[in-house]
Design a protein around this ligand. Structure first.
Ligand SMILES: Cc1ncc(COP(=O)(O)O)c(C=O)c1O
Length: 272
């Protein structure tokens, strides 16, 4: 792992000033393919005897900086950049499982991931067993000889509970199974009165934006029970931590006083 601090790594890891132009910012290489220097160079690249760019689906210098930076920040040996969270989860789990294999997953997952595991993975011949995220022993009990991965989120979205990583990783590793962790982060709280005040709160915010994602530079808000988690049955909603009073906030980089003022005025209108 690098000895540099996390802020330095976030700014510099994986990047050299562009060798052709000297550009300090990472250039966006909008190319699909790369000119080979010679027939020998091309042959070496395809034979994996020399490292270099062949085709953007395989590697791209802009994406490469991102991947090296994430690996450095996470203390990892490598990283792969893909276009969405669900793609990352699919790539990671499809790579380590085969037809007929099983995955043991926490039951407090992000709605999109829950749907992916519940509906799509079985069609691909992968069975996902959901267990109580708060009970490490439940993970142990669900592991069978077919289990190839144990899966949790660092901070459950939207329940915001943190699993006992040490206990769960010990159980996974005792069984020679990797622990796969989704490290997306969120922030949230319940509103007095449930559904209707929840909706009114969302309609009343002015600075916060009402939308589906988290982790933006701008502050965001959503009511999971009627949006991201609406397709789940009431019992499934409860398991994932989604209650009717639940409002999910993702706080951005605005001045904290402005954020607080917006939340205060919206709460005053919503909770009477
Ligand atoms: C825990 C978690 N994982 C993944 C994602 C993102 O997945 P995707 O980029 O496919 O929308 C989210 C989005 O809110 C999330 O909360």
């Amino acid at each position: 792992m690098s000895t540099k601090g996390i802020n330095t790594l976030a700014l510099h890891a994986g990047q050299q000033p562009d060798p052709t132009t000297g550009s300090r910012t990472v250039p966006i290489y909008q190319t699909a393919s790369y000119v080979f220097k010679s027939t020998e160079h091309a042959a070496n690249l395809f034979a994996l005897e020399e490292f270099g760019n062949i085709y953007t689906r395989l590697m791209n210098p802009t994406t490469d900086v991102f991947e090296q930076r994430v690996a450095a920040l996470e203390g990892g040996t490598g990283a792969l950049g893909v276009a969405s969270g669900q793609a990352a989860i699919s790539y990671a789990l499809l790579a380590i499982t085969r037809l007929g294999d099983e995955i043991v997953a926490a039951n407090n997952l992000y709605g999109g991931t829950y749907q992916l595991f519940h509906h799509t993975f079985p069609k691909l011949g992968r069975t996902v067993k959901f267990v109580d995220s708060r009970d490490p022993e439940a993970f142990r009990k669900a592991i069978t000889p077919k289990t190839r991965a144990v899966y949790v989120e660092t901070i459950g979205n939207p329940k915001l509970d943190v699993p006992d990583f040490e206990a769960i990783s010990k159980i996974a590793h005792e069984n020679d199974i990797p622990l796969v962790v989704d490290n997306t982060v969120g922030v949230g709280f319940g509103i007095k009165g449930g559904l209707e005040p929840g909706k009114k709160f969302i309609e009343s915010v002015k600075l916060l934006s009402h939308l589906a994602n988290i982790g933006d530079s701008k502050s965001l808000v959503i009511h999971p029970a009627s949006t991201t988690h609406q397709q789940l049955a009431p019992e499934e909603q409860r398991e994932t931590g989604v209650t009717e009073d639940y409002i999910r906030l993702s706080i951005g980089l605005e001045d904290v006083e402005d954020i607080k003022a917006d939340i205060d005025q919206a709460l005053k209108q919503a909770v009477v």
